[in-house]
Write a protein that binds this ligand. Structure first.
Ligand SMILES: [Zn+2]
Length: 202
């Protein structure tokens, strides 16, 4: 098996076994319904170099913040330019009396600011928790994040999410699994049984 991030074969890679959950969203007149089923177990791994780099990005997140927030900066800029143009020249032909047009600029600025705020808050929250981990925990955490980022997210129209097989998930009840991994209760019962059986096979 090779690293899911850099595709290299390296000894000492961090391995994960994950159970796929396939979810299909159906929208009809009554609102949204979901159909959910368990997929296969998948084994993925991340090399230690990639895991280390991932942990470093979490601890020194300036570039991450820039890349996550770039689109929101552009939105704010566009909103400010639009507001300025409409303020300077509010007698553009066809715009007189069009109240909503004037709202678009400030609205874009507000959406941009709240997007930046939410992203930065989440990135700093992760930084805080990674900084409290020991070396191995930080590598494990970053490797898991890289796997979730790189593993397939779609199968035809189904969304794919994953439940890791770990000591933590093996201790969870079906209702705890349902809550943490957004499972329907019947699916959570099956997932609980399969993950429990993994413990016996170890
Ligand atoms: Zn790698």
């Amino acid at each position: 098996m090779s690293c899911l991030e850099c595709k290299s074969d390296s000894p000492g890679a961090i391995r994960f076994r994950l159970l796929e959950v396939h979810t299909l969203h159906i929208r009809d007149f009554d609102g949204e319904k979901i159909i959910q089923a368990l997929g296969e177990f998948q084994n993925y791994e991340i090399c230690t170099a990639c895991a280390l780099e991932g942990a470093r990005v979490f601890l020194y997140p300036a570039k991450l913040i820039l890349s996550k927030c770039f689109a929101f900066f552009m939105l704010i800029l566009a909103g400010m330019i639009l507001t300025l143009l409409l303020t300077v020249n509010d007698s553009w032909p066809g715009l007189e009396g069009l109240f909503p047009v004037k709202v678009i600029g400030p609205l874009a600025v507000i959406v941009g600011l709240s997007g930046i705020f939410a992203n930065v808050r989440e990135i700093l929250r992760v930084r805080e928790s990674v900084s409290k981990m020991n070396h191995d925990e930080a590598l494990h955490f970053s490797a898991y994040r890289l796997i979730i980022e790189n593993a397939p997210k779609k199968y035809n129209d189904n969304d794919i999410t994953y439940i890791p097989v770990s000591k933590e998930t093996q201790r969870m009840s079906p209702s705890q699994l349902a809550e943490k991994y957004n499972l329907l209760s019947a699916v959570a019962v099956k997932a609980h049984k399969l993950i429990e059986e993994e413990k016996i096979n170890e």
